[in-house]
Write a protein that binds this ligand. Structure first.
Ligand code: NAP
Ligand code: F7E
Length: 344
């Protein structure tokens, strides 16, 4: 009897790791999750999706080549999804070297190990719309030139091009998914969407008074993470490796996200003041949103809007959740968490 297809997912403890593991288990894969050893061994995201006991977790750090090689030789996966990264753009300004070692050199380690030990394996690289940075055209598609605006964006541009090069030079089945922002109740609390929905839930429950934010005018093309991990799997099933943009084609500002999140608990935000003096108030005049200039980035990506026509036509991929549904889902989940109704 032939064995089930085997997938190795790096970054298993992250948001996408959990949703991708769920997608792969649904498709009948044996799923191995690569976890770096960082002192916190909880798998709360996989537990939340009810899949914790179905994924075999191994220690693997992208910065250690021989460790990667040994794992590949041991597991012999048919498909390798590289989701591991220092993924917080703001932190990359303070940690440019760590960000580069993991997000750029780490991908090279992985590709070299695949080329050496498992050249038939299929590879997926988690590329990012951050590579478009100061955008050269709108909307952005697979041929839009890159102009990254952060060490994170630069590291991802390297990772994208080294993936393309290994495909072209060594014949690897390697795909790069240029994903625009995707969010969910499992999003890390440092990212702006989850920071907002968690704060709104806590404010609604009387556990927090205000939320401080940075640039309210930045615009992002926000989709639902579960849709994007399905797209990743679809890319890897194609006869050849290729590059695909995954995006909703709709862009909203951080300000609009704040308004939608408060609306989900029945509050309307009115704005007054300018710059750092700007405030967001609810109907009785109570200040709920303030501005913290230290949260602004040295160089910002002002607006992102993706064109996923290629993924739609070639993969049959399309997002399932609208912006409003996504915000409502996240707020609702955070309200449940505040009420202690979710496993931690
Ligand atoms: P995430 O929640 O931050 O997950 C990333 C995971 O990578 C974390 O679990 C982290 O481990 C792990 N990691 C960090 N350094 C590592 C290392 N040296 N070796 C092995 N693992 C390491 O990010 P995500 O939102 O799921 O995103 C998944 C991938 O897609 C990332 O590569 C991200 O850059 C990329 N991406 C994300 C988006 C998005 O909107 N979510 C859009 C485009 C691209 P710890 O848990 O131990 O910290
Ligand atoms: O910021 C602004 C901030 O940190 C979004 C990662 O998954 O998507 C993500 O990167 C915007 C920025 O995500 C706050 O300045 C305002 O303009 O949620 P974010 P990101 O930087 O877009 C890309 C595609 C990835 O690849 C990354 O891995 O929101 N903003 N006020 C704020 N951002 C944060 N975090 N916190 C604030 O208080």
């Amino acid at each position: 009897m032939s064995r089930a297809r085997r997938a190795l997912v790096t970054g298993i403890r992250g948001q996408d790791g959990a949703y991708l593991a769920q997608t792969l288990l649904d498709e009948g894969y044996e799923v191995f999750g690569a976890d770096r050893r960082n002192g916190d061994s909880t798998h709360w995201r996989m537990r939340r999706l009810g899949i914790e006991d179905h994924v075999r977790v191994l220690y693997m750090d992208l910065t250690e080549f021989s460790n990667i090689l040994r794992i590949l030789e041991e597991v012999r996966p048919d498909e390798i999804y590289n989701l591991a990264a220092q993924s917080f753009v703001a932190a990359s300004f303070d940690l440019p070297m760590v960000t580069t070692q993991v997000n750029a050199n780490g991908v090279l380690h992985l590709l070299e190990a695949i080329r050496t030990a498992l050249p038939e394996a299929r590879f997926y690289q988690a590329s990012s719309s951050e590579m478009f940075g100061r955008v050269r055209e709108t909307p952005q598609n697979e041929s839009t030139p890159f102009y990254p605006r952060s060490p994170y964006g630069v590291s991802k541009a390297y990772a994208h091009w080294i993936t393309v090069n290994f495909r072209e030079a060594h014949g690897l089945h390697a795909s790069s998914g240029i994903c625009f922002n995707h969010e969910s109740p499992l999003r890390g609390i440092e990212f702006v969407t989850r920071k907002i929905t968690r704060a709104v839930a806590r404010i609604d429950a009387g556990e927090q008074q205000q939320i401080a934010l940075g640039n309210l005018e930045a615009r992002r093309d926000w989709g639902f993470a579960g849709d994007y991990t399905r797209g990743m799997w679809q890319m890897v099933q194609q006869p050849e490796g290729d590059d695909y943009v995954l995006a909703t084609g709709v862009s909203h500002s951080v300000r609009e996200f704040v308004e939608a999140a408060f609306e989900a608990v029945g509050e309307r935000i009115e704005w007054d003041g300018e710059g750092v003096e700007e405030r967001g108030r609810v109907a009785d005049g109570t200040v709920r949103v303030t501005i913290d200039p230290t949260l602004r980035r040295p160089t910002e990506v002002d607006v992102l809007l993706g064109d996923a026509t290629k993924a739609r036509n070639q993969l049959g991929w399309k997002p399932t959740l609208s912006f409003e549904s996504l915000v409502a889902l996240m707020v609702e989940d955070d309200c449940k968490a505040v009420r202690g109704e979710l496993p931690s």
